[in-house]
Structures are given as structure tokens and as C-alpha cells.
Design a protein around this ligand. Structure first.
Ligand SMILES: NC(=O)c1ccc[n+]([C@@H]2O[C@H](COP(=O)([O-])OP(=O)(O)OC[C@H]3O[C@@H](n4cnc5c(N)ncnc54)[C@H](O)[C@@H]3O)[C@@H](O)[C@H]2O)c1
Length: 249
């Protein structure tokens, strides 16, 4: 049975909303009555076609693009209640000293600076809601690599570890404001991001997961639905594992 949380009418921004996880998260939130708004790159929105959900073209690496989208969203839907920072890229798989400087920066820009830009634009809009009515929930999609530091993925691992630290800081800052901020650390799932990885890398990743299978996007959506709901009420600045037993901390 799928748990149904009552998110009726709650405006939910999902960055990277047309990707593998993003689609599942948006569908699950919509199923709980929320109003998802997909923030994604123009090329990804065009590829996704008509989804039946609201969307806005946003490049999370560009603070002015994010600010413009936030202002438009506020005018159209009012204050957002839920934010899922899910946009991400894995980038080139190389040893640390072989990563070109621009490539390292690009990966950090999307995975860490992107989430910062979005929080910077969206948190003030969440705070605009009367405190008594505020049910703010921010979920940052990090990665098992934030905890473990995957070989040949230093930029991605470092950016996701930074996102975990951002979650802890922001969680403390908003702890008395009716806005909970949490991170999830998924293991590998066969979405567009990972499906083209070399078979030997995928086999290596699978061998590290005690459940011996890849994560399903619906399992990400299930955890996020709870984190976005009133049922999640005393957790903030926390990191929730989704690694099939790989990380036991
Ligand atoms: N798939 C996995 O194995 C895995 C594991 C752990 C964590 N994650 C994380 O989950 C999140 C979703 O990944 P996914 O597996 O759905 O990958 P995906 O490639 O299917 O989706 C990523 C989405 O992010 C969007 N995006 C990329 N750059 C952007 C930008 N500059 N501005 C706005 N949107 C941008 C893409 O257009 C795409 O829709 C990412 O943050 C990823 O790092 C994925």
C-alpha cells in the first residue's frame, strides 16, 4: 500500500523535475494533492514534452535565472511550501588530479551552488507565509558519495558533501521558523545520469550495495513524500540514508 500524506494545495518546487528522480518525486507529491512546479533546463523541459504539470525553465547555476523563476512562481502560485533540490549532474569520471579545473567547477556549480541559489531565492518566499500557516519542507538530494567519497568522482562527492553541510546549517537557521531542511543520500539508480556508466563501474557499484540491487526512483519519491509531510515533524538538518545497506551511518 502506498502511504498517502495530505499535501493538498501545497506548492512544491522540484528542481531537475523532468529527470529520473524528479519525475517520480513530482508524481508522488501530486498524488498527495500538492501542486508540483518543475524547474529544469529548457532542453530537458523540451525533451520531456507535455507532463500535465506546471514547469519553469531554470538553470540553477545562474542566480539571476533562479531569482526570476522564483519571482514568477510567487506571482503565479503564492508562497511555496515544499522545495526539493534535486537537479544534479555527475560529470566526468576521472581521477582527481586529472579533472580539468572547469569540469570540477561545473560539477560543483550544479550540485552545490545550484542548491544554494535556489535556497537563497526560495527561503524568503517560504518565510513570507504567516508563521502559523507555514509548513515549509526542504529536501536536498545528496548522494551516498557525500559520505563515502567515490573514487574517480571527487568533484561530485565533494559537492554532495557540501550539500549535506549546507542542509545542516540551513536546518539550524530555520529550526524555529516552521521550515524543516533535510538531505537524502541515495545509492545508485539506473536513471539517465548513471545508465551510460561503463558496465564494470556499474558492477562495482552494485557489488557495494548489500541488497544487491539498484535503487528505484519510486523509493526516492516515497522518502521525500514523508519528508515533505506533516508526519515529518521533529527532524531537521538530518541526513536520511537510501543505500540498500551500503551506509550504516
Ligand atoms: N541516479 C543516481 O544513481 C543517483 C544517486 C544518488 C543521487 N542522485 C542525485 O539525484 C538527483 C537526480 O538525479 P537523476 O538520477 O534523476 O538524474 P537525471 O539525469 O535523470 O536528472 C537530473 C535532472 O537535473 C537537471 N539539471 C541538470 N543541470 C541542471 C541545471 N543547471 N539547472 C536545472 N536543472 C538541471 C537535468 O535537466 C535533469 O532533469 C541528482 O541530484 C543526482 O545527483 C542520483
Amino acid at each position: 500500500m502506498v502511504a498517502q500524506y495530505d499535501l493538498t494545495g501545497r506548492v512544491a518546487i522540484v528542481t531537475g523535475g523532468t529527470g529520473g528522480f524528479g519525475k517520480a518525486i513530482a508524481a508522488r507529491l501530486a498524488g498527495c494533492g500538492a501542486v508540483p512546479v518543475l524547474w529544469d533546463l529548457p532542453s530537458s523541459l523540451a525533451r520531456a514534452g507535455e507532463t500535465g504539470l506546471a514547469s519553469q525553465a531554470v538553470d540553477v547555476t545562474d542566480a539571476s535565472s533562479v531569482d526570476a523563476a522564483a519571482a514568477e512562481l510567487f506571482a503565479r502560485f503564492g508562497a511555496p511550501d515544499i522545495l526539493v533540490n534535486n537537479a544534479g549532474i555527475v560529470g566526468d569520471v576521472r581521477r582527481t588530479w586529472e579533472i580539468p579545473v572547469d569540469e570540477f567547477r561545473r560539477i560543483v556549480d550544479v550540485n552545490l551552488m545550484g542548491a544554494f541559489h535556489v535556497c537563497r531565492a526560495v527561503v524568503p518566499l517560504m518565510l513570507a507565509k504567516d508563521k502559523a500557516e507555514r509548513r515549509g519542507r526542504i529536501v536536498n538530494v545528496a548522494s551516498i558519495q557525500a559520505k563515502e567519497g567515490m573514487h574517480n568522482a571527487a568533484a561530485y562527492s565533494a559537492a554532495k558533501a557540501g550539500l549535506v553541510a549546507l542542509t545542516k546549517s540551513l536546518g539550524k537557521e530555520l529550526a524555529e521558523e516552521g521550515i524543516l531542511v533535510n538531505a537524502i543520500t541515495p545509492a545508485a539508480s539506473l536513471t539517465a545520469m548513471s545508465i551510460d556508466a561503463p558496465p564494470e563501474r556499474l558492477a562495482d557499484i552494485l557489488s557495494r550495495i548489500p541488497m544487491r540491487r539498484f535503487l528505484q526512483p519510486d523509493e526516492v519519491a516515497a522518502m521525500i513524500a514523508w519528508l515533505a509531510s506533516d508526519e515529518c515533524s521533529f527532524s531537521t538538518g538530518a541526513v536520511f540514508d537510501l543505500s540498500g545497506g551500503r551506509a550504516t551511518y
